[in-house]
Design a protein around this ligand. Structure first.
Ligand code: NAD
Length: 326
């Protein structure tokens, strides 16, 4: 029988705890333990999940096959480099690193040492988004809003690298075309970096994506709208639900859909409406399972280092445009 892969984790803060919750009870792996430089927090997390907290980073990393890096973004490069130089596979939370040079360096080390890098773009594993991808055909206009009230966590990087990078990765996974133009504007208020950002991304095939991210909003908002000929979708990731309006009754609509006649420029037409409640699944668990399979079978993960780098490069381009406009 094949031995279970040994996984360790660095950074047991807000998100790290969720990783530990899944890793510590996953039957296909041996969760060896974690290291957090905050000793008080490490003690609490160790008690809460009955897992071993290591006093020493190297002692943990030397004893595992793969490492989850769930520390603030400005530490990803240094920690990933240490792990990859020891020939360990790494799962790195998003964004891959704080700049492109750092990302390129760790991708090179991973390639040289035949190691896997997976980047934590969790929306690729979100069941609502994956259901939405089966509803639209070829949207020509996509709008995504990701708003959150202010908190200090994550402000070591601008909102574009913290929140918008999720949607940049998503857009890149939906639109199979080169980017020809990026425009952006934004503002700072509560941190030293950009807290509110708008980006307008145009692709060679004519598709346009409008992204809005804020960490100074009153409420949490996560909405995706897609527009294409005869079909409009509005997805609320917070509920979660997908609402679909169409002028043709195609396979997207069930027999229970609502139908009403509307006046359009081309005369009276039937408008079909369907509300889809997607299946409940844990996106983080799906993401972790993709990493476990990739490590076991030496397969490319769904979001590898190069895709993490691509999303980061676009995010940095948006950030630069905002700073120049300021
Ligand atoms: P956090 O501040 O709550 O936790 C970070 C932890 O890392 C802290 O406990 C801190 O003590 C520890 N730490 C810092 N430097 C360390 C080091 N050098 N060695 C060991 N431990 C160290 O932050 P968080 O919200 O959990 O975010 C962590 C990462 O996860 C960030 O990259 C963030 O962008 C990402 N994140 C992703 C999502 C998502 O949806 N995928 C959501 C939240 C955060």
């Amino acid at each position: 029988m094949q031995n279970k892969i040994k996984i360790g984790l660095i950074g047991s803060g807000h998100l790290g705890k969720h990783h530990i919750k899944h890793l510590s009870k996953h039957v296909d792996i041996n969760f060896v333990g974690f290291f957090d430089k905050n000793k008080e927090l490490a003690k609490q997390v160790s008690n809460e999940f009955s897992v071993k907290s290591f006093e020493n980073f190297h002692e943990l990393v030397d004893g595992v096959d793969a490492v989850h890096i769930v520390t603030p973004t400005n530490t990803h490069h240094e920690i990933a480099k240490e792990c990859l130089n020891k020939k360990k596979d790494v799962f790195i939370e998003k964004p891959i690193t704080k700049n492109a040079n750092e990302a390129c360096e760790i991708i090179d080390i991973a390639e040289k040492n035949n190691c896997i890098i997976q980047v934590g773009h969790i929306e690729r594993f979100n069941p609502t988004i994956n259901r939405l991808k089966t509803v639209f055909a070829r949207p020509h206009y996509i709008e995504i809003e990701r708003l959150a009230p202010f908190q200090l966590r994550g402000t070591e990087v601008p909102v574009v690298l913290d929140l918008m990078v999720h949607d940049i990765d998503l857009i890149l996974s939906i639109v199979d075309s080169n980017i020809v133009d990026v425009r952006a504007s934004g503002s700072s208020m509560m941190s030293d970096t950009v807290d509110l950002a708008h980006a307008h991304i145009k692709f060679e095939n004519g598709v346009v994506a409008n992204l809005k991210s804020s960490r100074i909003a009153q409420n949490y908002v996560r909405k995706i709208r897609t527009y294409e000929k005869n079909l409009y979708t509005i997805t609320d990731l917070m509920i979660p639900q997908i609402e679909v309006y169409g002028l043709e009754k195609n396979s997207v609509f069930s027999d229970e859909c609502i139908e009403q006649s509307v006046e359009t420029a081309a005369g009276t037409k039937n408008l079909f409406y369907e509300k889809i409640i997607p299946q409940k699944e844990d996106a983080l668990l799906n993401e972790i399972e993709n990493f476990i399979i990739s490590v076991k079978e030496r397969k490319k993960p769904i979001v590898d280092g190069k895709q993490g780098l691509k999303a980061l490069e676009i995010a940095l381009q948006i950030e630069q445009k905002i700073i120049k406009n300021d």
